[in-house]
Design a protein around this ligand. Structure first.
Ligand code: PEP
Ligand code: MN
Length: 332
């Protein structure tokens, strides 16, 4: 059950609503979503009659969230788009933000080379995984904690905020002080305990769509994060398997648009995982921008043929520069 409070509701009235809720034996949590305040009720032991709160001043609306299609991210709760700030860089309405860097952090030299190149070409946020979810347990699994120092050095030397993947509580704790944006990968979209932990974090979160996940599943996964009080969520479309293309993915711009229509969250596209083939990255990146993405996440490696992960889909710094130039003329 969700109480939507009147806009600019004075503190005294909010306290009064909270006391009334507690008086009914329920718990409530105040959520700040943009300039809107909501009270999320829990602790029901019997069916709840919203009439019990009806005449209470300060309440705009009471919504039963069970079985309702209304989500905290939805436009029905509030019209304005959410703009997420990642170390001062904005993602969302009115901004087009490019995140770029290698799939994994490999060594300091390669990483700094990549970071300097993407910064020079105009990327606003650096990406690089130190905890890598890999299909094969024999593939490079990332540097783990040892990669943290490299990420910190990138931040120091380039001033770029960084995004890196978290897979569980340990990796989240490990990167928490360094990462400016926590990535929850496609494989973890259904990891509800991890989504709850990310919801408790005081850091923005980027949630990738799992291949085959429906829009409903994706948005409910985002809801796990918002429900814990973290509304700084960026959605990232990263493609789905295609029966027609054996070893490639298809970037689903339809689902990206559906997410933009239905939620106030920023939605970006990842044409690298969304195609898995470097020569398709630029056309699909431009297509995503044309379709209205709030930004892109692109894998860039100084020597893609030597990359320890996802080299086939990585752009070289020169190709990334071309992409940025084409985007610039395109977005003007
Ligand atoms: C990645 O960004 O390197 C990654 C593993 O992405 P995904 O979760 O989309 O596969
Ligand atoms: Mn990758």
């Amino acid at each position: 059950m969700l109480i939507v409070l009147e806009k600019r509701c004075p503190e005294k009235i909010v306290s009064n609503v909270k006391n009334k809720v507690r008086g009914l034996g329920l718990r409530c949590k105040l959520l700040q979503l943009g300039d809107y305040r909501l009270l999320l009720l829990s602790g029901f032991s019997a069916p709840f009659d919203p009439g019990a709160l009806k005449a209470t001043p300060g309440i705009k609306e009471i919504v039963d969230l069970i079985g309702s299609s209304l989500l905290l991210s939805s436009r029905a709760v509030k019209k304005n788009d959410i703009v997420v700030s990642v170390g001062g860089v904005k993602i969302g309405a009115g901004h087009f933000t490019v995140i770029a860097g290698p799939c994994s952090i490999e060594d300091e030299r390669t990483c700094l080379q990549a970071a300097k190149a993407v910064k020079k070409a105009g990327a606003a946020i650096f990406r690089g995984g130190i905890f890598k979810p890999r299909t094969s347990p024999y593939s490079f699994q990332g540097l783990g904690e040892k990669g943290l120092g490299v990420l910190r050095r990138v931040k120091r030397e380039t001033g770029l905020p960084v995004v890196t993947e978290v897979m569980d509580e340990r990796s989240l704790d490990c990167v928490y002080d360094t990462a400016d944006l926590l990535q929850i990968g496609a494989r973890s979209m259904y990891n509800y305990p991890l989504l709850k932990l990310a919801g408790k974090a005081r850091k923005p979160v980027m949630l990738k769509r799992a291949p085959y996940a429906t829009i409903k599943e994706w948005l409910f996964s985002a809801e796990y994060i918002l429900k814990e009080g973290n509304s700084d969520v960026v959605l990232c479309e990263r493609g789905t398997r295609s029966a027609a293309l054996a070893d490639c993915n298809t970037l689903d711009l339809g689902v990206m648009l559906a997410a933009k229509e239905q939620t106030r969250l920023p939605v970006i596209a990842d044409p690298s995982h969304g195609t898995r083939k470097s020569d398709r990255v630029i056309p699909m990146a431009l297509a995503a921008a044309a379709a209205g993405a709030h930004g892109l996440m692109v894998e860039v490696h100084p020597r893609p043929e030597h990359a320890l992960s996802d080299g086939k889909q990585a752009l070289s710094p020169a190709a990334f520069k071309t992409l940025m130039m084409r985007l610039r003329s395109f977005l003007q």
